[in-house]
Design a protein around this ligand. Sequence first.
Ligand code: NAD
Length: 258
Amino acid sequence: MLNLSGKRALVTGIANNRSIAWGIAQQLAQGGAELGITYLPDEKGRFEKKVKELVEPLNPTLFLPCNVEDEAQVEETFAQVKENWGKLDILIHCLAFANKDDLVGDFSNLSRDGFQTALNISAYSLTRLAKAAKPLMTEGGSIVTLTYLGGVRVISNYNVMGIAKAALEMSVRYLAAELGPQNIRVNAISAGPIRTLASSAVGGILDMIHHVENIAPLRRTVTQTEVGNTAAFLCSDLASGITGQIIYVDAGYEIMGL
Ligand code: NAD
């Protein structure tokens, strides 16, 4: 039986009710985990209000601003985890960003700034958050991030985010190797395309979804809940032997050739 009771989970990346992180938070809560939620703060506080209202039914015991580009906010987030929880069992890294202009057209047009922004927010942040989580995962732990097939194969318009996902997937392996002796497992879920705020920035996302619906063995794409179920499994003791892996939750699309 999947049982996450007694586990404390920090979930990043909820923007709205379409967010994959929202699907994950719901399934972790259903498994009995205690939740801490971080959100990306904006000047007018709109994200804070929206996310707070959304997550309220899950009764999070921590609700914190955390822009992963901001060192002070990352440090304060984990200081709050330490002060309020004393330990951490689960870290969900479910965030990414690239400039919209870099998610369409010729890949070679990518600017140095665009490369740095995408890699910093979408890939380096996993390592930064894992570094902060490491001393708090005193009873072992599970770290889960989200990736996409565009980090392994060329997908039209995915461009710089493909480079970021390749770096992210390799970071999963290096982190798993380093943290394994502390019984901290690190895995990624490679999700099929789902309509969200982030994915709508990728040129032609609807065409990508329709293509998957025609080709994938299950003849559909996947839901946030299906990704959430896999994340809950990876965070549970049922997955105690799994680390350093990229698990495809994509209705089987990844296996298909011609
Ligand atoms: P989303 O827009 O709901 O979530 C992206 C999140 O990233 C948002 O909550 C946003 O606030 C956060 N974010 C952006 N910049 C940040 C920063 N500097 N600091 C902190 N948070 C920041 O979209 P989503 O599709 O749920 O994306 C979640 C993850 O899933 C991403 O890593 C994405 O690449 C991955 N993914 C998405 C799909 C898809 O088709 N939607 C497929 C595979 C993987």
